[in-house]
Ligand binder design. Structure first.
Ligand code: SF4
Length: 251
C-alpha cells in the first residue's frame, strides 16, 4: 500500500520586537490554501507569548497578576470571539460526547434567554453590528450585571483551557481580585499588553468573509452556526501568516 501523499510544507522563522523583548518563533506551514481557523494554534501561541511579555513588564513595574486558577469572576463578561474562533469552538462542541454537548448547549440556551428577557440581546446585536466602542462598553456592563457564567465555566475554571478564546488569553488583571466581581469597570485594572492580537484576527476574519463583522459574542456561536460555517474563504497559509505579521508589526 502506498503512503498517503503529504502536502509540501515550508518553515518560517522570524524575530519581532514586542514591547521590551524580542519574540522569536518558527512555524511549519503547508503550501496548500488554508482557512484562517487552521492557523489558530499559531495565533494562540503568539498571543500567549505576547501576554508573557506583558506580565514580565508589569512585574518590572511592581505589579502582580491577581488571576489564579479557580477564580472565574471575569468569566461572566461578554466575551468576543473572532469568526474563526467561533467556527472552531462550534466544532469543539460538536466533537463532545452527546451528554456533555447537551449540558453545554443548555447553558448557551439559558444565557441567551436571560439576555433576551433582560433586553440585552438586542442591544448587544446592535452594538456589534455598529462596531461602536461606547455601545459595546455599555452593553458589556449590562451583560456582566446579569451574572451569566460562560457555558464553558466549571467549578470556577475554564473547561476548555487549551482552546479558550484569544480574548480570554489576553485578559488578566493586576488589581485586587476583590474587585473582579464588581460591575463597576473602573475598579478593575487589566494587564496592559505591548500588542493585542485579537483586533488583528477580527480584522483578518472579517476580510476573509463576505458577511458581517469579524467577531461575535461567544454566547451567540450556536445560533450563528450556519453563518460561521459559510463564507469560508481560504488562502495560501504563507499569505495569511504574512498578513498577520504585517498587522503585528504595523499596529
Ligand atoms: S472560555 Fe473559558 S476563560 Fe473564556 S470566559 Fe469561558 S470559561 Fe472563562
Amino acid at each position: 500500500m502506498s503512503e498517503p501523499e503529504q502536502s509540501p510544507t515550508e518553515s518560517i522563522s522570524a524575530e519581532l520586537r514586542i514591547g521590551s523583548e524580542n519574540l522569536r518563533f518558527s512555524v511549519e506551514i503547508t503550501n496548500e490554501p488554508v482557512h484562517i481557523h487552521d492557523l489558530l494554534p499559531f495565533f494562540q501561541r503568539i498571543t500567549d507569548k505576547v501576554v508573557e511579555i506583558g506580565v514580565k513588564e508589569a512585574e518590572q513595574q511592581g505589579k502582580c497578576i491577581s488571576c489564579k486558577k479557580g477564580c472565574g469572576a471575569c468569566c461572566s463578561q461578554l466575551v468576543p470571539v473572532s469568526r474563526a474562533e467561533g467556527y472552531k469552538l462550534l466544532n469543539l462542541i460538536e466533537s463532545m460526547p452527546a451528554e456533555r454537548q447537551q449540558v453545554i448547549r443548555k447553558r448557551f440556551a439559558q444565557n441567551i434567554k436571560a439576555l433576551k428577557d433582560a433586553g440585552v440581546l438586542q442591544l448587544m446585536e446592535q452594538a456589534v453590528s455598529n462596531n461602536d466602542r461606547m455601545q459595546l462598553r455599555e452593553v458589556g456592563i449590562n451583560y456582566f450585571r446579569l451574572n451569566l457564567p460562560c457555558p464553558f465555566l466549571e467549578d470556577q475554571s475554564c473547561s476548555i483551557h487549551q482552546d479558550r478564546p484569544l480574548s480570554c488569553r489576553e485578559f488578566l488583571v493586576t488589581s485586587d481580585p476583590v474587585h473582579c466581581a464588581d460591575t463597576n469597570p473602573e475598579t478593575v485594572e487589566s494587564l496592559s499588553l505591548p500588542k493585542r492580537i485579537t483586533p488583528i484576527i477580527y480584522r483578518m476574519s472579517r476580510d476573509l468573509n463576505e458577511a458581517g463583522r469579524g467577531y461575535l459574542p461567544l454566547i451567540q456561536i450556536l445560533e450563528s452556526a450556519e453563518a460561521l460555517s459559510s463564507n469560508q474563504a481560504s488562502e495560501p497559509a504563507i499569505d495569511l501568516i504574512k498578513q498577520f505579521l504585517q498587522n503585528l508589526t504595523h499596529n
